[in-house]
Design a binder for this molecule. Structure first.
Ligand code: SF4
Ligand code: SF4
Length: 282
């Protein structure tokens, strides 16, 4: 049987918040009988865009990770809820029963992803429903997926084999595999969020004029054999991405046929801008 999955591309998310707003539009002041009570206007983020700033000015970027309920196949929230207060549908979607879960504030803490929110007014725990009320009416995708202008969100209904193929082909990853919850939300380009970079600028000083150096070779390596390389762009900038955070000391080598070679040591904890590496021509 086909089951629902959501695929989220971190590289494509621009933090426009259309997904968040369309979720509000669908669920605020709307009770969907059997699926969910209305979502409060403020406080809940059923589609929560988590942000991570990387690097230091001026070589800086921000990675955005849209995060709904993971609709886990081995969901701790379901195990804790008992008597069907939270249940999994045959199509993979996890639903909090709005009647049976009444008064169960304790369920908020059962989700290791922080995807369950407490509705004080209605006295019920709530979360993303994958817009099951719409899918059951024949819709092909939830509201947030439809609203995303960059195609960062995709809803896929397929069998396990097909999904396995997609995971391999697109190098999809799950969030916090150590939780062992078997999520149905998969991420593309998750390294953009999880990993870090070393960046900098290469310049040359000639007769007191400083100019950027295009096409310098930049190589980063450490004693455990990790290495990567790139060349500087027209502004003399370089960025070596996809490094593990807290991975320790690296040697950075910058080489240019006309200018020579410079070496420096870089300690990688988070993303780092090493600043300007300056060559001089007398
Ligand atoms: S992400 Fe949290 S709320 Fe959603 S199914 Fe998994 S454990 Fe339950
Ligand atoms: S699938 Fe529906 S309920 Fe879930 S975040 Fe998207 S719009 Fe909100």
């Amino acid at each position: 049987m086909n089951k629902w999955h959501m695929i989220i591309d971190v590289e494509k998310c621009e933090d426009c918040n259309n997904c968040f707003l369309s979720c509000k539009d669908e669920h605020v002041e709307n009770d969907w009988q059997g699926y969910s009570l209305s979502q409060p206007r403020h406080g809940h983020r059923w589609m929560n865009i988590v942000r991570k700033e990387r690097g230091q000015f001026p070589l800086i970027d921000v990675a955005y990770r849209p995060t709904p309920c993971m609709h886990c196949d081995s969901a701790p929230c379901i195990r804790a809820a008992k008597e069907g207060a939270i249940y999994k549908r045959p199509d993979g979607i996890v639903i909090i029963d709005p009647e049976k879960a009444k008064g169960r504030q304790d369920l908020v803490k059962t989700c290791p992803y922080g995807a369950i929110w407490w509705n004080e007014e209605r006295q019920v725990p709530q979360k993303c429903t994958f817009c099951a009320h719409l899918l059951d009416e024949g819709w092909k995708a939830p509201r947030c997926v439809q609203a995303c202008p960059t195609g960062a969100l995709r809803a896929v209904s397929c069998d396990g084999e097909e999904m396995k193929g997609m995971i391999e082909q697109e190098n999809l990853k799950i969030l916090h595999p150590e939780f062992r919850t078997v999520p149905r939300v998969h991420y593309k380009n998750l390294d953009r969020y999880l990993r870090c970079f070393v960046a900098g600028t290469v310049a040359v000083e000639r007769e007191r004029i400083v100019d950027c150096v295009r096409g310098a070779g930049v190589r980063l390596g450490n004693s455990s054999g990790t290495s990567c390389e790139t060349t500087t762009d027209s502004f003399g900038d370089f960025k070596l991405d996809g490094l593990e955070e807290d991975s320790g000391k690296y040697s950075l080598e910058v080489a240019h046929p006309a200018l020579g070679r410079k070496m420096l040591e870089v300690e990688v904890r988070k993303s780092v801008n090493v600043g300007t590496i300056l060559f001089s021509v007398l």
